[in-house]
Design a protein around this ligand. Sequence first.
Ligand code: G3H
Ligand code: ZN
Length: 274
Amino acid sequence: MLTTSKQLFEKAQKGHYAVGAFNTSDLEITRAIIAAAVKLNAPAIIQISEKAIAYAGLENLADIVKNEAKHAKVPIVLHLDHGRNLKLVHECLEEGFTSVMFDGSNLTLPENEILTAKAVEMAHRKKIFCEGELGTIGNSKNESDFTDPSLVKDYLKKTKVDSLAVSIGSRHATKIKALNIDLLKKIRKLTNTPLVLHGASGVPDEEVRKAVAAGICKVNIDTDIRHTFSETIHGINKKYADLSDPRDIMAKVMADIQAVVEEKIKLFGSDGKG
Ligand code: G3H
Ligand code: ZN
């Protein structure tokens, strides 16, 4: 069923596990994510980025997730990932998203705080949670982009975000060796606000486990899903030369993505928590 993230985060924090947030851009990825969540009785956040919206259309993609979630026997959240402008946040809320993110990490700190606070206000009017970002996750290797713990309390007070994306060493679509778990622990001591790990495809499993144990309660996965999609398509001729019906090809793609999502759900400890 389609749900908001409030209870999901409360349960995850009490249970010391994280909810997986998986990016979709079409029917097949959405179905694969939901199939994995249902099979493992896990909650799941299905998130849509600006690029996915440009690809599939906001209404189309939101309708796919809402329709598929309606029939699922586990809680599914429809989330806007890295929304960079208030107009888009507004459109997603009107479209029935049950969670949004405003990402002002490319702005100055005061601008980030002002616009994030506005996004939070818009979301709260509809009783929806809003995620913010402090520090920059992006693709940079620069430690100065890490979340500065001395800014956390003030940022949370000014913006009233319901969850916080922290920059602790992971980077989008990039393999890294280790997270800064000490920094994460420092931030955790400052707040009970649910913390979010972005760029998790490139983080070694052991580091993800440590991050969840240290208080991360939402973990974002996009690249691993997209790579699995492409690898399956590229390998189709070699492995299944007899397949020509696109629906049969997509069944293989969905099965492979489902397997990846199942692995992640187990890694985050959210299996059996649906
Ligand atoms: O917002 C989405 C993510 O942070 C996904 O990161 O592409 O490294 O899996 P990833
Ligand atoms: Zn991200």
